[in-house]
Design a protein around this ligand. Structure first.
Ligand SMILES: NCCC[C@H](NC(=O)CCC(=O)O)C(=O)O
Ligand SMILES: NC(=O)OP(=O)(O)O
Length: 318
């Protein structure tokens, strides 16, 4: 694997999931692999899990790690080509990416959707520019449209906790007052489409995700109906894709409660975190035995380790 920007960079998804499960059992067996190599983790947005789990995974592989909050610790970066830089961005990505690429063997980047201009967000300019100018492998730590390290951790978690050969997995929209990106939901669908699961996506009308991510999933606008018989309930809020970036509903009846979870087949609850309690999900679900959110977050380390190992192996082949 050269870059890790999406599932399309992965040669064998099942092998990658297995690699994560093996790393969890024996975290330090590949400590020599990253020796004398450096990974830079660049954050344009906040993070708790991705920042710490990726750093830890890199260290398990023997990599040196540098973490930077772009724009706070560094200069603001201009991404557009050919513009007069008379605004608040002091440095162009052409120089910045090339310079960071000269210090680092791998660069991880987090850059969320701005939710103003759909075409711009879905073109993933920040990633395209770093890919073009850094000259080293780029790892997606959540982009405008995808969060593959999260989705890989989700796959590992479902593999660990499934009790049926082909579980029913329901991705449900949850209410939130803020406009959030579609990245986690998009990516989850994309990866679940590669798994042996029955995938159902449920949300109010107007919240349909881009068709290229929904793939073969069944879309149901009635949440109660969708939850019937579910083995895993994956919650997430996202803003509208059609009316791009808009909050069309905050309907509290979409919040997950124990009464909702009772419709499932003893279903487990998953969420990428962070999440706002009693807005999206009731305390009773999060504090009860159904919740897998902590196990799921812990698996972020093994997902990152599996992905970084593939990137390092790809570098050896060159
Ligand atoms: N990396 C996990 C999710 C990050 C982001 N959530 C957020 O921004 C939540 C913010 C809040 O609830 O105020 C998202 O939805 O893509
Ligand atoms: N799930 C996730 O990516 O968490 P952070 O935003 O805290 O990294």
């Amino acid at each position: 694997m050269n870059h890790f920007l999406s599932i399309h960079d992965v040669a064998d998804v099942h092998q990658l999931i297995t690699s994560g499960i093996i790393a969890k059992r024996n975290p330090f067996s590949d400590q020599q692999m990253g020796r004398n190599k450096t990974i830079g983790l660049l954050f344009f947005n906040s993070s708790l899990r991705t920042r710490i789990s990726t750093q830890k995974a890199a260290q398990n592989l023997g990599l040196n790690v540098i973490v930077m909050n772009v724009g706070q610790d560094s200069w603001g970066l201009e991404m557009e080509e050919g513009v007069v830089m008379n605004g608040n961005k002091a440095e162009h990505v052409k120089e910045a990416a090339a310079v960071i690429g000269s210090y680092c063997d791998i660069i991880g980047i987090r850059s969320f959707a701005e939710l103003q201009d759909r075409d711009k967000d879905y073109a993933e300019l920040v990633f395209q520019q770093f890919k073009k100018y850094a000259n080293v492998p780029i790892v997606n730590l959540e982009s405008a449209t995808r969060h593959p390290l999260q989705s890989l951790a989700d796959c590992i978690t479902i593999e660990e906790f499934k009790v049926k050969k082909r579980p029913k997995v329901v991705l449900t929209w949850l209410p939130h007052f803020k406009a959030l990106p579609q990245a986690v939901a998009n990516s989850f669908c994309e990866w679940m489409n590669h798994m042996d699961v029955e995938l159902v996506v449920t949300h109010p009308e107007g919240y349909d995700l881009a068709p290229q991510f929904v793939g073969n999933a069944q879309v149901v606008y009635d949440q109660d109906k969708a939850l019937e018989g579910a083995d895993f309930v994956y919650g997430k809020n996202w803003s509208s894709y059609q009316e791009y970036g808009r909050v069309l509903s905050q309907d509290p009846s979409w919040m997950l409660t124990e009464a909702k979870m009772a419709l499932t087949d003893n279903g487990k609850f998953m969420h990428c975190l962070p999440l706002r309690r009693n807005m999206k999900v009731a305390d009773e679900v999060l504090d009860g035995p159904r919740s897998l959110v902590i196990e799921q977050a812990a698996n972020r380390e093994w997902a990152a380790q599996a992905a970084l190992k593939e990137v390092l192996l790809g570098m050896l082949e060159e």
